[in-house]
Structures are given as C-alpha cells and as structure tokens.
Design a protein around this ligand. Structure first.
Ligand SMILES: *Cc1c(COP(=O)(O)O)cnc(C)c1O
Length: 395
C-alpha cells in the first residue's frame, strides 16, 4: 500500500518536532520596523532584512497610494501579454541607471529572478561553477537548468581556477558559468569579487552575482559589483527589491541584449503576473531616494558597526562579518535556540540559525541592525545580550 498524504505529513511533522527542527512561525502585529509587536509584547527587532527601514517609509507609502488611484491594485496580466505598465518601464530604466548597466528586467521576487535567469541562460550540456554557500534560490535555479553543477569551495579563487580549467579543457560543456552570492547572509562576508572575476575572465566564463544582501548595503547602495567597480565585467547582476529596498520583487541587471532575451525566455516573467502598481511605484521611489542620498546607507553602517563593537566588547564571538549582518556564534544548536528564546523573553527578537542552514556546531543568533534603529535601542539590545550571555555561560 502506498502512503496517504496524512501518513506522510504525520511522519514528517513528528520527526521535525522530535528533533527540535520544527519552526513555529510568530505573527507580527502591525508594521515590521525596528520595534515589533509579538503576542502583545514590544520587542527590539534584529531579525528583518529591512536594512534601510524603507518598509515603512512615508514617501514610499504615499506614492504607493497614488499608484493605486491612478493604476489600480493589480497589473492585470503577465508582462508579455499586457501587464507591462509605464510604472514598470520607469522602474527598470531608473534601476539600470543606479546599477550602472544598460538594462534591467524586474520580476515579482528575487527567488523568481534566479528561477528565471539561470535556466534561461544555462542548459543541459552546460556547467555551472557554484559557490558552496550559495543561496537556496541559486541552487534551485541551477537544478532547474539541467546544467552540470560543480561546487566551488567558498570564496576560493584557486579552487575556482582548478575547476574552471577542468571544465573548460574537458570539452564536455558548451558554456560554463561562475555564480556566487555578493554578500553571504549567514556570516555577513563579501565575495572576493576582483580575484574571482579575474579567474572567471581567464577561462571566459559567464559571470553571475546574486546581490540580494548587497543591494542597498554595499557600493553606497548600488551593490557589491559597483563596490568593486566591476559593472562592466559581471554579465548578470541579480538583486532583490524586498530587503534593503523594503517592498517585494527581484531583478536582473546587465546588457540590453541580455534583458531583451530574458524578457522572452525567463519563465517566471512569461508565466507569472507582473508586480502590482503600488509595489512598483514604491520601489521606484526607493531607488530615487538611494540615488539622491547615502544618508540611510551611512546610518545602516554606523548602526552595524556600533552593534558589532558592543557585542564584541561584551565578550561574544561575532565571527568575521564585513557587513552590518552580525552573527553571534553560540556553537551547540540547542544552546543557540535557547539563547534566542531567552532574548525574546527579555525583549530582543533575534532568530537562531542552526544546522543545516549553517555547519553543525556553529549555531548562532543572527542580528540584522537597520538604519531605523536608534542608539538607545541598540544599547538596550547589547545589555539584554550581556545578561543572557552570562546566564547561559557564554561570556
Ligand atoms: C533573499 C534572497 C533571495 C530571494 O529574494 P526574494 O526577493 O526574497 O525572493 C535570493 N538570493 C539571496 C542570496 C537572498 O538572500
């Protein structure tokens, strides 16, 4: 007899719960800002990706409301049928200017951007050299492409050289791509792009950077590729509009030919309805704000450095982050989860991240300071961290 759905669900849910891996999802009552409300309790929020605080920006809210009045609540169709609005065109033009590329294609999520762009370019008979710590949406996009996936040691130019040489000299593959995150979200480290791109160029690889955590954060807001001045060297720059930009959506920036092609070949673009008018107008406003001033970007980095210094001074192991992402490495999985629970009881919302998301024995609580936090909030968070750290014998 085959299993029923209920038997399958029972077995999996029981197993996850028994191993402490079942994630109970908290409901945030009200907006997602530096202070959030969960179960009627106010908490300092160090868990969002709302780096610049734009999720609740007043100017963006205002243009979103105007766009609903002028354009309605929905785009009405997929982009290729008749869902491309002047709002979408304006967003793509502005974003291309900001990224320093000829063109941009916008999609409804960063996940969709990777599902769309990778399989549109890479096919069976090709090979993809993929950093071992790449995001799940890259991994799924690569799988969907049918290309051979070759894992590259994390951020290691020598390993890339060795594997690029093997792949290109074997004559087995029609095309070879190197793909990497710009900023790695679990540790906050940044890809050594100048070295990696140098190797990629030696072997004429196609280059793809997923900059979901770098957009709005690196390169004065324009991303990791711009930070290193490599806009002309990276073929595909993918990004999200849901993290620092504060809304929802994803994009790929590159040459006009690349974008023209993705608009006829990326399946989530062809078969999924366009971004809503309100989202699109709000995103365009966010890009305008980032182009006009680095104030929010600067505040984000100031807050990130302040939190890092405070936690380090308190005696915590904060790893080797090069961005505002601040992990506090606890070690044992159960202890990391216990730490996060105690923080929440005392007023700080910071989630534990454990195996298999990070290697076994490196369980951590990850902190995401934003431009919207005040020094007082960060001081209070550091104080609560110190109390819990002493209580659990971590510091
Ligand atoms: C969050 C994230 C994505 C997905 O972006 P969404 O817009 O949230 O779908 C893709 N890649 C990386 C590296 C991410 O961190």
């Amino acid at each position: 007899m085959s299993k029923t759905l209920q038997e399958y669900l029972n077995q999996n849910l029981t197993e996850l719960k028994d191993n402490g891996l079942y994630n109970e999802i908290d409901v945030v009552e009200g907006a997602n800002g530096p202070i959030i409300n969960i179960d009627g309790k106010e908490l300092i929020n160090l868990s969002s990706n709302n780096y610049l605080g734009l999720a609740t920006d007043e100017e963006m809210k205002a243009v979103a409301k105007e766009a609903i009045d002028s354009h309605g609540v929905g785009a009405g169709a997929v982009r290729t049928i008749n869902g491309t609005m002047d709002l979408h065109r304006d967003l793509e033009e502005k974003l291309a200017k900001f990224k320093g590329t000829e063109a941009v294609i916008a999609l409804t999520s960063g996940f969709n951007a990777n599902q769309g762009a990778i399989p549109a370019i890479m096919k069976k008979g090709d090979a993809i050299l993929s950093d071992e710590l790449n995001h799940a949406s890259i991994i799924d996009g690569c799988r969907l492409s049918g290309a051979k996936i070759i894992r590259v040691n994390h951020n290691d130019p020598e390993d890339l050289r060795k594997k690029a040489k093997e792949a290109t000299e074997s004559g087995e593959y029609n095309k070879v791509m190197y793909i990497t995150d710009g900023v790695f979200s679990m540790d906050g480290d940044v890809v050594n792009l100048p070295e990696m791109i140098k190797v990629a160029k030696e072997f004429d690889l196609i280059t793809y950077v997923d900059d979901a955590h770098g957009s709005g954060v690196m390169g004065k807001g324009a991303g990791t590729v711009k930070h290193f001045g490599l806009e002309k060297e990276v073929d595909l720059q993918m990004g999200t509009l849901s993290k620092a930009i504060g809304v929802v959506g994803g994009y790929v920036a590159g040459s006009k030919d690349l974008v023209d092609y993705l608009k006829v070949a990326a399946r989530p673009f062809l078969f999924s309805t366009a971004l809503t008018p309100a989202d699109t107008a709000a995103i365009t406003k966010a890009v305008e704000k980032l182009m006009a001033s680095t104030e929010l970007h600067d505040k984000l980095w100031e807050n990130g450095n302040y939190l890092k210094q405070g936690l380090k001074d308190a005696g915590f192991d904060i790893g080797n982050s090069e961005t505002p992402i601040t992990p506090v490495i606890i070690g044992e999985e159960k202890k990391a989860q216990e730490f996060s629970r105690r923080l929440q009881e005392k007023g700080v919302y910071a989630k534990s991240i454990v195996f298999p998301t990070v290697p076994r024995g490196t369980g951590r609580v990850r902190n995401m300071p934003t431009a919207a936090h005040t020094k007082e909030m960060l001081d209070q968070a550091i104080e609560i961290y110190t109390e819990v750290g002493k209580e659990l014998g971590i510091i």
